[in-house]
Design a binder for this molecule. Structure first.
Ligand SMILES: [Zn+2]
Length: 343
């Protein structure tokens, strides 16, 4: 026996241990090297035949080999044994699965996406704008004069620090602000719809909230007509409420459109006979619309003599409430899963 022999045996054992991948072959390995007739054990027996000097020298190398093999064997055992049973680390593929609760889109998000998708099919582009706005975008540019009641601090949320300054910031009270922002940046022709949140300091009740959603539409070109506006809204409302839907325009006043109209659809619940939803009128008020006022075009630098346009705006909550028979606007914002799961 030589120290070279011991070195080779250690090397061979290492490479063989690398190819061990089951507890059976690991046991075979153990018996082969460290068992009672194992190769290392046999070398220990040979020690007796050597001189005391050689015995000391080779004996210590043999001990080292034996210890290191035992350590490696132990490490291999724990790497081969299955992970501990329990909640972690053990996977039983035969157990029925734990299904994570499935999320869904909020009914208002669904309504917004449905409506904007309808307008996208009519060639409108979806645009969004900031919720914190300037007085210019929310009022001045929309031809709302300084003494208009909607500018009062009890009709609009102003940011407190800015109230005293020359041009205060506010939470937009309508999505018409996006019209102004788009027209300031781009030239006609334009076809946009702008969905988003708006804010008004209203007392919260079944039909009012201090925050709600609107969708604003705007079309500007060299020539647009009121009949185009009517046609687009009729197409849109029929897709939303069914092919039998009738609409009517009632004259109205908005500062930013002239002429202006409120648009009603026939009550789909009572079919015009009158019920509590339509207040006995047979018609449901749905949106406001009109031809863009020349003063608005002037505010954004358009030549009011060379372009025409129309705009319309609708409340998302109102449409969702009508379509799903939801009696109270507060249900949208209470995060009650019993309500939200129904959509
Ligand atoms: Zn009705």
């Amino acid at each position: 026996m030589t120290s070279e022999e011991i070195r080779l045996l250690a090397k061979e054992a290492d490479s063989r241990l690398d190819s061990v991948h089951s507890s059976e072959s690991l046991e075979a390995f153990r018996v082969d090297y460290l068992g009672r007739k194992g190769r290392v054990t046999r070398l220990f027996e040979q020690l007796k035949t050597l001189s005391p000097e050689e015995r000391r020298l080779l004996g210590s190398s043999l001990n080292e080999l034996k210890n290191s093999l035992e350590k490696k064997l132990e490490a291999k055992v724990s790497s081969l044994s299955p992970p501990p049973r329990g909640r972690e680390g053990f996977f039983d593929p035969t157990l029925p699965g734990l299904r994570p609760p499935q999320g869904r889109l909020h009914p208002l998000t669904q309504t917004i996406r449905e409506i904007t998708a309808l307008f996208e099919r009519l060639g409108f582009e979806v645009v969004e704008g900031p919720e914190v706005e300037t007085e210019f975008h929310n009022f001045t540019a929309l031809n709302i004069p300084p003494d208009h009641p909607s500018r009062d601090s009890f009709a609009t949320f102003y940011t407190r620090e800015e109230r005293e300054r020359e041009s205060p910031f506010l939470l937009r009270s309508q999505t018409s602000t996006v019209q102004i922002r788009v027209m300031q940046k781009r030239k006609p022709p334009l076809r946009i719809v702008a969905p988003g949140r708006v804010y008004r300091p209203d007392q919260v009740d079944a039909s009012h909230s201090f925050m709600f959603h609107q969708i604003e539409g705007l079309m500007v070109d060299e020539q647009t007509t009121f009949s185009e506006l009517k046609g687009i809204l009729h197409l849109f409302l029929r897709r939303l409420f069914g092919p039998e839907t009738k609409i009517r325009f009632r004259p109205h006043f908005f500062p930013f459109t002239e002429p202006s109209a409120e648009v009603d659809v026939n009550c789909f619940l009572c079919e015009g006979r009158g019920c509590s939803v339509c207040g006995g009128k047979g018609w449901i008020e749905l949106l406001g619309a009109g031809s863009v006022h020349p003063a608005v075009f002037e505010q954004v630098g358009y030549d009011a003599k060379r372009v025409q346009g129309f705009a319309f705006g609708l409340g998302v909550e109102r449409i969702a409430m009508l379509r799903h028979g939801i009696p109270d606007i507060r249900l949208f914002f209470e995060n009650d899963l019993r309500f939200l799961r129904q959509f």
